[in-house]
Ligand binder design. Structure first.
Ligand code: SF4
Length: 262
């Protein structure tokens, strides 16, 4: 699809960036918040279709406003001036060409805080190589280890292989997470949402990280799954995780020696 000719692909993105909101955010991991908050920019649309998406109005329904690349670079600088300790790009993958251009402009104009790439983890190597040197902290989801589950829940059969290749490339670029005075400055931070009935394949994902990425990989094992959006008829997803499921996941991550972050 050629966006410059007005064509739209699966993600629906257009030539100009589309955002839903921006501002200081204090609900992220503590190492990303510090005192000034994380300067989040929420991008509209998504390259995945998770049936339990809590932001479906933004990701599936594409609620947002088109802005110019110059205005996006000004938003980055405005968040820095407001005291945010980083710039966090939320769901950026499908708009990366415009974002990379805006980041280059902002850096020339004085952007110096770390840039966080907060992604569903379905990123091609071609996309990630565009970002080499522009992103300081990669924060990808690792959602599934099984192709059939990825197809059923996010319409992406190849998610596990794409995701694992992406995580390896991210780690190659920035290494393990570095924390200075309680604040993340550079590196890889994985988010893993524990799903009911072990649909997320937690043990396989932790094993991959410990064996193939780094035994010191930083990971946030997340317990906040809530049924929403299109899961009404799904007998697995129509409930929260149990405390036993949560304790099992955290124990497995600890057993692999991973660095747990909250
Ligand atoms: S990757 Fe995140 S934003 Fe995109 S559809 Fe899945 S849950 Fe929603």
């Amino acid at each position: 699809m050629n966006r410059l000719k007005g064509q739209n692909g699966y993600c629906g993105a257009e030539a100009q960036p589309i955002i839903s909101s921006f501002g200081p955010h204090f609900g992220e991991e503590s190492v990303l918040v510090g005192r000034g908050g994380s300067g989040t920019v929420f991008f509209t649309g998504c390259n995945l279709r998770c049936i339990y998406c809590q932001n479906y109005d933004i990701s599936w329904n594409r609620r947002g406003e088109e802005i110019s690349i110059v205005d996006l670079s000004k938003i980055f600088l405005h968040l820095q001036e407001a005291g945010c300790i980083n710039i966090s790009l939320v769901t950026p993958t499908h708009q990366i060409a415009a974002i990379a251009a805006a980041l280059e402009t902002a850096k020339k104009d004085g952007l110096s805080v770390p840039v966080v790439y907060n992604t569903g983890g379905y990123d091609s190597l071609q996309t990630l190589r565009l970002l080499d040197g522009l992103v300081d902290i990669y924060m990808p989801d690792m959602k599934y280890a099984d192709a059939n589950i990825a197809a059923r829940l996010s319409d992406a059969t190849d998610y596990p292989q794409v995701n694992q290749a992406a995580v390896l490339e991210m780690h190659r670029q920035v290494g393990d997470l570095q924390i200075v005075n309680g604040v993340a400055t550079r590196g890889l931070l994985i988010r893993h949402l524990v799903l009911p009935a072990d649909l997320a394949g937690s043990e396989q994902i932790f094993d991959f990280l410990a064996r193939q990425v780094s035994a010191r990989t930083a990971i946030h094992v997340m317990d906040q799954y809530r049924p929403c959006f299109q899961v009404d008829g799904d007998t697995d997803l129509n409930r929260q995780i149990s405390s036993e499921e949560w304790i099992r996941a955290v124990s497995l991550a600890k057993a692999k020696g991973l660095f747990l972050v909250k």
